[in-house]
Ligand binder design. Structure first.
Ligand SMILES: Cc1cc2nc3c(=O)[nH]c(=O)nc-3n(C[C@H](O)[C@H](O)[C@H](O)COP(=O)(O)OP(=O)(O)OC[C@H]3O[C@@H](n4cnc5c(N)ncnc54)[C@H](O)[C@@H]3O)c2cc1C
Length: 432
């Protein structure tokens, strides 16, 4: 059968946050853009309705929104985002016996019980050094190794690892490269908005990107799985997707390395990508609950330090995510590598989360309408550690081929990596 040919300035493959952000930015800046997504737009950041509750299946919070790359997209594309800022006075660390303030700002730092008084001063000094660039980690050294060499008390070390664990969504915080850790904390300690949620869920952000793409004559093709890529002379020439052939000047691939390997099969790019396609992801156990009636609790965020899991009352920030009077709580536990796929170990995570709900949201069981569990959710496609290499955003010699996503080199962690790699790729294309 004859194929239909379509021609664009830029074809973006993958309609997750990276692909949506890139397609929106490029079309806003005058490029004729097509966005191809194999399923539904949003990727791992979709919000899906179940029995009147809107569950964020992936991303739920933005860290340091005022100093983030998402902020650049928001300002430049004039995205309408209803920010719901985190209330630090309703957040606690649960250390088993006692609850303490989360040191997400200076007041929290001086109120927290998890640091001794001298520890607080040392911690504040560490923060101060980070902000002044006096210490920015050592390249090729993990934060665990860096901390071992420092002359600081155990409580401060533990505090820094707790922050790393809760912000990087990992059960192995000591494995994070030290320069990545310091770069991130420099940003977080200078922010006025440490954590924020989005009114209407992440779906509303997805819809904003779609609005910008459509307003600027970009075309979106859902249920369009890219099957094959045709390359020649160090260039991608066209993309084959069912009966359609997409030609373009530039191509931006916002699909994970494991998918890239399949679509670049039998091209020279396959061997380059295969180098990046062997990696481990950061995975979590998610256990969200939709309740018919709110249960009383003074807190909206609890982080269990021992078990490395947290609960957020999403409905406190975004009242649109439940039927009237309801409550939506999200619990996330960071999975240890050895527990992934082990049903006995996973059952233990479930029980520990239920115990945490029992402790802080008593009465949830009687009001439970929807439990939603995901035992193997990928929070970051390539986990930050010293032994893994994130993909570059372009390849040597392939001048019209770019990559973006939370598996790419970039700034920050989680969706911030998707946004920062997408932003850099757009700048490269627009500056050509
Ligand atoms: C439980 C959970 C909690 C999280 N919490 C947070 C948080 O609080 N804060 C935060 O910032 N981040 C969070 N994240 C991470 C965030 O969701 C991801 O970093 C982000 O959504 C990744 O977007 P992406 O575009 O890089 O990748 P993806 O979302 O994986 O997008 C890739 C897209 O490509 C499509 N695709 C793949 N192959 C093809 C093909 N052959 N043809 C066409 N399309 C294809 C896929 O369908 C998908 O839509 C969380 C994630 C999870 C799972």
């Amino acid at each position: 059968m004859e194929k239909h040919r379509k021609s664009y300035d830029v074809v973006v493959v993958g309609g997750g946050l990276a692909g949506l952000a890139a397609a929106a930015y490029l079309s806003f800046n005058g490029k004729k853009v097509a966005l191809l997504e194999r399923g539904k737009l949003g990727g791992r950041a979709v919000t899906l309705p179940i029995k009147g509750f809107n569950f964020n299946f992936g991303a739920h919070a933005i860290y340091g929104r005022d100093t983030s790359i998402l902020k650049n997209f928001e300002n430049e594309l004039k995205l309408q985002i209803q920010w719901k800022d985190f209330n630090p006075y309703k957040a606690r660390y649960d250390s088993g016996e006692e609850l303490s303030h989360v040191p997400s700002n200076v007041r929290g730092l001086f109120k927290t019980k998890i640091l001794s008084s001298p520890g607080k001063v040392v911690f504040a000094w560490e923060v101060f050094k980070t902000m002044l660039n006096i210490d920015s980690g050592t390249p090729h050294e993990s934060i665990g190794k860096w901390l071992e060499k420092q002359n600081i008390g155990e409580d401060v070390k533990k505090m820094m690892l707790t922050l790393a664990s809760s912000n990087f969504f990992t059960s192995e915080p000591e494995e994070i490269p030290s320069e990545v850790f310091f770069q991130y904390y420099k940003r977080i300690f200078t922010t006025n908005k440490p954590v924020a949620y989005i009114g209407g869920g992440w779906q509303s952000l997805i819809e904003e990107f779609v609005r910008v793409i459509k307003d600027n004559d970009g075309e979106i093709f859902e249920k369009s799985k890219v099957q094959q890529i045709v390359t020649s002379e160090n260039k991608v020439n066209e993309i084959i997707c069912g009966d359609e052939v997409y030609e373009a000047e530039e191509f931006v691939f916002c699909i994970p390395p494991k998918e890239l390997l399949k679509v670049f099969k039998e091209t020279e790019v396959e061997s380059i990508v295969s180098h990046y396609a062997k990696y481990k992801s950061s995975k979590v156990f998610v256990y969200d609950i939709g309740l018919s009636k709110r249960v009383e609790s003074p807190f909206t965020y609890i982080y269990d330090r021992k078990n490395m899991m947290f609960i957020t009352d999403i409905s406190y920030y975004d009242e649109t995510c439940t039927p009237e009077g309801g409550q939506l709580l999200q619990a996330v536990a960071y999975l240890k590598e050895e527990d992934i796929g082990n049903s006995e170990a996973l059952e233990k995570y479930k029980q520990q989360i239920e115990a945490l709900y029992d402790k802080h949201f008593e009465g949830w069981r009687e009001n439970l309408t929807v439990p939603r569990i995901s035992k193997n959710a990928v929070v970051q496609e390539i986990k930050w550690n010293m032994h893994q290499q994130a993909m570059p955003i372009y390849l040597p010699d392939y001048r019209n081929t770019f990559f973006a996503g939370d598996w790419c080199q970039g700034q920050g962690q989680l969706s911030e990596l998707s946004f920062s790699s997408a932003y850099e790729v757009c700048k490269l294309i627009l500056n050509k």
